[in-house]
Design a protein around this ligand. Structure first.
Ligand SMILES: [Ca+2]
Ligand SMILES: [Ca+2]
Length: 511
């Protein structure tokens, strides 16, 4: 058999262990109106699972799952934390069914953890809480609430370690029983309900050292915090507080133990500065890197364009008409990008979002991909990612000689384009591989061809029932065409070879 290069081995390794290397693409699976969806949101979202799978989504962030005060049906003032049947999104069984359907497609689920504050028993004393089980779990009184909280006059707990939530009693997270009860509840969400990780609501509400405790006690597969600090500008409107802003995010992540990620609100702010105020140079920091959190701690950044607050409630909506340009940026750049439900399903952007999330996966763009910013001024942003693609955003078409000769325009949309790297080295090695394959497999002038697919950008054929070859840019559903006794043996740019009873797996073990 032909010499198998290290690169081929690496590709094989990536093929067999995708979960270790597949970059995360998150999806926010709800908006502010979802709790009033007729028939229940969980029942609705489950019909969208195939779309999410085809977009390469790895994690879906679901809304707060517990009972919540009647006037807050979205779940953000939860009371009976264990009571998932009183949620306005659906009941516990519907939630479990949804999570299982997502898990079956390889998608993990993130629970929205609202623990800064808690909704008291309604029509009772303002500072009594019920856990939602027959036993005493999470049944709390005033001693569990931060002293001085305006929502609980007889609170006797420790002073708040963070920001106060004005609409409900703030929980005293320094109380060891609080830490134990909430950790237990979160672990129950994992083991009993099927969640894999957390989105920490209002993470400014308590010290990062508290988040660190919950991270350690619950070991989530993925966790992201909403550490919200307002993005501001100097009085002349020209200088956003970019460095200071992202440093707060970084300090929070480090204070919380360094494993948790944070929503990259700085990157959203920078994109607002660009598309609202035309401050294109702000896309590059003083070191030549992206000026959001992705420029300093990308593996801990979750980039986003909008969410159930900023867009649904018009708190800080992305500049009008520029949403797709924002996604082109975050889906081609480092960090862990996320997609908002509305943009994907309601705004007509689905195909483009799938295009760019597929591009991200195919090119192996990850949370720590390298960005080389080639232009960031006067309506033009051009950046090379991992020396594999070049992305251009902005109305200014004056590219001059910016795009190297070995990059070719592959895709474009309104004020954005992507250039793909042409592999310019010689073909000798590949030609030897295929001529050797031909000889070793006894492929002859009269070999039998069984065509398995010839449509939509892909050609798949079995030769003599010994090998399968795939040619074409589309990867869509090819894995379903390959019988289980065929193993991926080799691949290149838009082509791949599978061998019957091949020794691909053994090669992987040799690594
Ligand atoms: Ca409060
Ligand atoms: Ca608080």
């Amino acid at each position: 058999m032909a010499t198998v290069s290290f690169l081929s081995l690496l590709r094989l390794y990536l093929f067999f262990f995708p979960t270790l290397t597949t970059p995360a693409v998150l999806f926010q699976g709800f908006n502010w109106a979802s709790s009033s969806k007729e028939g229940g949101w969980y029942n609705w979202l489950i019909t969208k699972v195939p779309d999410l799978a085809s977009a390469g989504i790895t994690h879906v962030w679901l809304p707060p799952p517990s009972h919540s005060l009647a006037q807050h049906p979205q779940g953000y003032i939860p009371g009976r934390l264990y009571d998932l049947d009183a949620s306005r999104y659906g009941n516990k069984e519907q939630l479990k069914t949804l999570i299982k359907a997502l898990n079956d497609k390889g998608i993990k689920c993130i629970a929205d953890i609202v623990i800064n504050h808690r909704g008291p028993v309604e029509n009772g004393r303002s500072c009594n809480f019920e856990g939602g089980t027959a036993d005493g779990r999470l049944d709390w009184g005033p001693s569990f609430i931060c002293k001085g909280d305006a929502n609980c006059s007889d609170a006797t707990g420790n002073p708040d370690t963070g920001v106060d939530f004005p609409l409900a009693p703030d929980v005293d997270h320094l109380n060891p029983t609080v830490q134990k009860d909430l950790s237990e509840w979160m672990n129950w969400l994992k083991t009993e309900i099927g969640f894999d990780g957390w989105r920490f609501d209002m993470a400014t509400g308590y010290s990062p050292s508290i988040t660190k405790i919950y991270m350690a006690n619950t070991s989530p597969g993925f966790a992201v915090g909403e550490y919200w600090r307002d993005f501001t500008y100097s009085p002349d409107g020209k200088t956003p507080n970019t460095d200071e802003h992202r440093n707060q995010l970084v300090q929070w992540v480090q204070g919380a133990g360094g494993v948790v990620t944070a929503f990259d609100i700085t990157t959203k702010g920078v994109l607002h500065a660009v598309f609202q105020a035309g401050l294109w140079s702000k896309l590059k920091d003083s070191n030549g890197n992206p000026s959001g959190m992705i420029g300093v701690l990308p593996q801990n950044a979750v980039t986003f364009i909008d969410n159930h607050d900023t867009e649904s409630q018009k708190i800080w909506p992305f500049p009008s008409g520029k949403v797709m340009r924002g996604y082109v940026y975050i889906l081609t750049h480092p960090g862990n990008p996320s997609i908002f439900y509305d943009h994907f399903f309601d705004w007509g952007l689905k195909d483009e979002l799938i295009y760019f999330s597929t591009l991200r996966r195919n090119k192996g763009i990850s949370a720590t991909s390298k960005v080389k910013i080639m232009a960031a001024d006067s309506g033009l942003y051009v950046a090379m990612i991992d020396e594999k693609i070049i992305v251009k955003i902005g109305p200014n078409g004056g590219l001059g000689n910016l795009i190297p000769a070995d990059y070719k325009l592959a895709h474009s949309g309104e004020d954005y384009a992507f250039y793909d790297h042409l592999f310019s080295w010689g073909l000798k090695e590949e030609l030897i591989y295929f001529s050797t394959l031909r000889r070793n497999k006894g492929i002859s002038a009269t070999s039998k061809v069984k065509i398995l697919a010839a449509d939509s950008g892909r050609y798949v054929a079995m030769i003599d029932e010994k090998i399968i070859v795939k040619i074409g840019p589309s990867g869509g559903g090819v894995e379903n065409l390959i019988p289980p006794n065929f193993q991926l043996a080799h691949d290149g740019l838009d082509y791949a070879v599978w061998e019957k009873n091949g020794n691909g797996y053994l090669l992987v073990c040799d690594l």
